[in-house]
Design a protein around this ligand. Structure first.
Ligand code: C5P
Length: 225
């Protein structure tokens, strides 16, 4: 079985992140670098992970005018990052696909932030439901040539149907049955996420706040085996 765990390095310094990566050893080979760690340690730390032959999921959710997105994606593609998130709006996705060119970078669209509800969409002037907007954006993402979608495990089955078998589906919001949920309200277990069609699961605190991160990662792999 391919290891589907992506660990979210939601920590405040390169030192702390490095310590986690060291402790996890060969139990994990893909790491998500989000805004916090990126703001603290930047591409220098991303490059350090890549130099250690680890894969990086850069979760910066790009959203800007097309030219700016395209040029930024060119830089990310050159760095050797494996996955990059962009917002699922048409012009942004088109520009990102141009920037990726023929590189190995895989682009993931964020459809609708899971913190948004119908009222938030109404405030933005959208007159449709969250589910309708997710469906529209998944279709547009696939038409634009985006490689995959970041979604909740609870919507993974629907997204899989819309996106087709080749799309890469990555789901955060995953917790084993024994683990604390933290501030996540709508969670699924790793097994449920994969059964619903996810290719990879993003796990943060269940692993990173565990007294023994490596055992926790191995325990999840065991649950999945
Ligand atoms: O600690 P936990 O497993 O909840 O971490 C989840 C990670 O996934 C965090 O980096 C968070 O930003 C990200 N994420 C999420 N829910 C989403 C999208 C991303 O929790 N809908």
């Amino acid at each position: 079985m391919r290891n589907p765990i992506i660990v979210a390095l939601d920590v405040e310094s390169a030192d702390e992140a490095r310590n986690l990566v060291d402790r996890l050893g060969d139990s994990v080979s893909i790491y998500k670098v989000g805004m916090e760690l990126y703001a603290a340690a930047g591409m220098a730390f991303v490059q350090e992970l890549i130099n250690r032959r680890l894969d990086v999921f850069l979760d910066l959710k790009f959203y800007d005018i097309g030219e700016t997105v395209k040029r930024a994606v060119v830089q990310v593609a050159r760095s050797g990052v494996r996955f990059l998130t962009v917002h699922g709006s048409g012009a942004v996705m088109k520009a990102a696909v141009e920037g990726r060119g023929s590189s190995n970078l895989q682009l993931l669209a964020v459809t609708v932030l899971t913190s948004y509800d119908e009222q938030d969409l109404a405030d933005l002037g959208y007159k449709c439901s969250v589910a309708d907007l997710v469906a529209l954006r998944v279709r547009k993402a696939m038409e634009a040539g985006i490689d995959g979608i970041v979604c909740s495990p609870l919507e993974a089955a629907t997204v899989r149907q819309l996106a087709g078998p080749r799309a890469v589906l990555i789901t955060p919001g995953v917790r084993s049955a024994h683990a604390a949920k933290g501030d996540q309200k709508r969670v699924a277990t790793p097994r449920e996420a994969l059964d619903a069609g996810a290719n990879y699961i993003v796990v943060g605190r269940q692993i990173t706040r565990s007294p023994d991160p490596r055992s926790e990662a191995l325990r999840i792999l065991d649950e999945l085996a």
